[in-house]
Ligand binder design. Structure first.
Ligand code: NDP
Ligand code: MG
Length: 330
């Protein structure tokens, strides 16, 4: 079982007198900058010249500087920009400002685990990764709670890397909910596997396969859309709040019996074997290499696949049906 830390385990004094540079002001960045500031920590936000968020941050009374300046000012430098630009921004604008004994923080392990960023030996490398979107990290904090987070130490130069991570997590509000210890390897590999096999890849293909099966058998696409896509939210919400058994208690006995007997036929032993192959690609770095090269190739494959997917009949039909449901149009 994982080790879980709470507020009492944090030693806030390790961040006393330390400046925390938050690079980026997007989903996570805005929440980290504001929560840490409200916790009394000394924050500077690093943004590109001309970024409209410069005024937003100033308006909150939080210091703002260029990425280069913030990285040089920070004893702690948290990188909260998109994962696929981090290596370049690190090389050009962050690495030059790092000093011995500084700590480089991440909210996801990809660039460190797959060696896209190779930090110098004389700094700490730490992850604090909230298990929720940025706006939730901010909202929970304001309400006096927090979003559970992961903490991991990749490199402990100072001898207090874990304490720095926990103090940061406390400032973020995460230690109110619980901070789960992991490694960069575990966080990165499970994150990639989860989004590929289950959350994004598995789920989208499952929906389309169900929809196509019904439509090819002659059923009306509108009806197939509701059964295979629209109603998924209902079921996912039940699983989210009550677990799988709790969901089964809340659907009809007919639905539950069909689930119990037919589900394992859909996710057959062969599918489980395929999942192992997907995990192998993640573990060997084969997926990571492919994705890094894909980005260097201007995302040729990704753009072609995006176009092809957008042309699937479920998409056009979906637009039309969603427009009939006023509550879905925000
Ligand atoms: P966002 O996409 O929301 O970050 C956008 C920010 O990055 C903006 O401030 C943007 O500036 C800036 N930015 C983009 N490109 C550059 C660049 N080339 N140079 C400098 N700044 C740039 O990121 P997230 O908050 O989603 O993710 C940040 C990290 O947090 C990632 O490692 C991610 O994996 C991790 N994470 C994200 C979660 C989430 O819920 N989103 C959850 C847990 C972890 P501008 O506005 O000028 O474009
Ligand atoms: Mg993720």
């Amino acid at each position: 079982m994982a080790k879980i830390y709470y507020e009492k385990d944090a030693k806030p004094e390790v961040l006393e007198g330390q400046k925390i540079a938050i690079i980026g002001y997007g989903s996570q960045g805005h929440a980290h900058a504001q929560n840490l500031t409200d916790s009394g920590l000394d924050v500077v936000v690093g943004l590109r010249e001309g970024d409209p968020d410069i005024e937003t941050v100033k308006g909150l009374g939080i210091a703002v500087a260029t990425v280069e300046e913030a990285a040089a000012m920070g004893d702690i430098v948290m990188i909260l920009i998109p994962d696929d630009v981090q290596a370049r921004v690190y090389r050009d604008s962050i690495r030059p400002g790092l000093k011995s004994g500084n700590a480089l923080f991440f909210a996801h392990g990809f660039n460190i685990h797959y060696s896209q960023i190779v930090p110098p030996d004389d700094i700490d490398v730490i992850m604090v990764a909230p298990k929720g979107p940025g706006p939730m990290v901010r909202q929970m904090f304001v309400e006096g709670g927090g979003v559970p987070s992961l903490v991991a130490v990749y490199q402990d130069y100072s001898g207090m890397a874990l304490d720095r991570g926990l103090a940061y997590a406390k400032g973020l509000g995460a230690a109110r909910a619980g901070v789960i210890e992991t490694t960069f390897k575990e966080e990165t590999e499970t994150d990639l596997f989860g989004e590929q096999a289950v959350l994004c890849g598995g789920c989208s293909e499952l929906i389309k396969a169900g929809f196509d099966t019904l439509v090819e058998a002659g059923y009306q696409p509108e009806i197939a859309y509701f059964e295979c896509l629209h109603e998924l939210k209902l079921i996912v919400d039940l699983i989210h709040y009550h677990g799988i058994s709790g969901m089964r208690q809340r659907v009809s006995d007919t639905a539950e019996y069909g689930d119990l007997t037919r589900g394992p036929e859909v996710i057959s032993p062969e599918v489980r074997e395929v999942m192992k192959g997907i995990l192998d690609d993640v573990q060997t770095g084969r997926f990571a290499s492919e994705w890094v090269l894909e980005n260097q190739a201007n995302r040729a494959t990704m753009e072609a696949l995006r176009r092809r997917e957008a042309e699937h009949p479920i998409e056009e039909l979906g637009k039309q049906l969603r427009s009939m449901m006023s509550w879905l149009n925000e």
